[in-house]
Design a protein around this ligand. Sequence first.
Ligand SMILES: [Zn+2]
Ligand SMILES: [Zn+2]
Length: 780
Amino acid sequence: MQDVTSSPPVDLLRRLRARGAGDPVTHVERVAARVGVPAAWPDWAQPELRAAFARRGVVAPWQHQAEAATLAYGGGHVIVATGTASGKSLAYQLPALATLLADPRATVLYLAPTKALAADQLRAVAGLELEGVRPACYDGDTPRAEREWIRRHSRFVLTNPDMLHHGILPGHAQWSGFLRRLAYVVIDECHTYRGVFGSHVAHVLRRLRRQCARFGANPVFVLASATSGDPATAAGRLTGLPVTAVTEDTSPRGGVTFALWEPPLLPPDSGTAAPVPPQPTGDHDDLRQVRRSALRETADLLADTVAEGVRTLAFVRSRKGAEVVAANARRALDDAVPGLGDRVAAYRGGYLREERRELERALLHGDLLGLASTNALELGVDLVGLDAVLICGYPGTRASLWQQAGRAGRSGQEALAVLVARDDPLDTYLVHHPEAIFGAPVEATVLDPANPYVLAPQLACAAAEAPLTPADLVLFGDGAKEAVDQLVEAGALRQRPTGWYWRHRERPEVDLRGEGGAPVCVVESSTGRLLGTVDGSSSHFLLHPGAVYLHQGVSYVVDELDLADGCALVHVEEPDWSTHARDVTDLSVVSVRSYVDAGPVGMFLGEVDVTSQVVSYQRRRIATGEVIDTRPLDLPTRELRTVAVWFTLSDRSLASAGVQTADVPGALHAAEHAAIGLLPLMATCDRWDIGGLSTALHPDTEAPTVFVYDGHPGGAGFAERAYGTASAWLRATRDAIAECGCETGCPSCVQSPKCGNGNNPLSKPDAIRVLDVVLGNLPA
Ligand SMILES: [Zn+2]
Ligand SMILES: [Zn+2]
């Protein structure tokens, strides 16, 4: 047993926490090392296959790999849901490749959520050098000239759900030879298919199953997932098939020293509050009392670990944040030793393929020691030998937290993981309630294939591929008949004796990644160079005219956002201000699905219409956070029909709880912010998936009301989950506010980084009174 008082990560943590005044560490958890349980190669795995794996250093499978592989080889649909680096890929490679060797006609389709991960898998499979497999990636980057060869000759095609949806299924006639012989469908990192995106992917997989069945194929599905709650149910919902789960991780793991880190509160009116790094649509103005920003703190920790030669990965939630962490760490290192800053870089999903590859290579070879990344890396891009992982802000779910922390110590070494709390109610709650992290099971992956906003367009796609039959409606599940009837009524489908036919020449345009629309390309006007992409739903916030946009530490200013063409033109400029977009929101109740009448308090679940518009942006000095000015914007409104949870209180109950009439708006607004901040504790969402609105008198409820809604058309299950756990959710909200050390409210409790009203008005003490009234009346 190793002496935990003096292991390298413990010593590193001791040095890190001793730097400033006061101790930022609120909790240290020691996650024990685990010994691996090897198994024998299954009898059916051919000697040449075993030899190929042995050449790659795999002498024998771990028990969970062998178990999942054998279930799949026997024809059962399987999900293997185990930790990072537990070797999930062997669990699907083994049965898939053994089948390709045994049956020279069989084919395999592999799906990854990102092109980068598919490219990584391609390298792994190609590296086995098995005769006749001819693995190939088929995605948006695949040259036209190679596509036909792949369709005809590859027996292991690696792609992503978007390409399956936009390319392979519509072109099923060209793929018929491949689909007819399809033996396995591998769905890697399937926990990423959650919410609205997950619901879309669920139907894309049903469309795939339908096409296979037309060609007489009945492939086995093998899914790989990060550790998640109830993976068999989630996989069943995703594929529409009965799936067996293998969840016991039998791979060895090095111990992890896991610290919870809370940046200190800065003194009131402290000039040192600045510079506040730009947050995504951040809103840290007008604040008297703030904590040192998690971005600054993470940048300092990254600089310190890199200076010690510790290979460190910092996970930052936003792409802007990752750029800022890398830039600040580079600056700090260059100040200490000129040139040292070159060993830190930023990485995020929007980078172009060549840039990503170069960064991965540099970190692997040690040219880079520190990398600040969005969760793009979370998706299994293979990085080994990391000594420390810094997690800047709770990633939203325990499942993601463990997956990010799992990057540390892959080679069985002791490693350090640090969760740096953001100035945010959920983060603050978690660093003071470690039992909510270390003592709780990981969340289940939530998706809802019955969402009518997903189901109808997916049925339209299916009908465009081949007419729908009554049997197909069973395949597409609950609500399919209603959706088809609506499509007929809307003139999209025509009913004939043989089924429902798509009526148009053009295919339906459906975006799997939610309402955001196609990604917006960021183009440098002077050179025409494509810098990267931003997803459509963020584009109004991040790429409005005048926005400051960071890419690899270089600052650009947006000249023009062309929404019709999906591109933003930018030029290089480094102004000494950051930009922060503002929006306004309006909400009306469409229908009530369910409610609880609790005397002076009402709790509701129903459909709402939300209208929002990004109307202006602030420019703030980077050095001081001072607001320079607010400039108007002329962007279109966005409409959203979605699901909301809301509660109402009577004026009288508020008055008797001591809330003055003038303070009601601030009380409700503060309660709304904190409630949104704490909802991710109950549902697999983050606060950016959720919106809110509060008002002292809403025309539809005729009472003081707080609304919390899903930020996706048709809802994504989050508001529903909030309604189902209302008293636990609002209890945690109340405690988070009451336990916060600030006096008048701070971002750790009632202020929100995405408030459209500049966090005004807010009343912290009255928010506690509001929640006490609700909790006092609501049945537990
Ligand atoms: Zn506070
Ligand atoms: Zn607000």
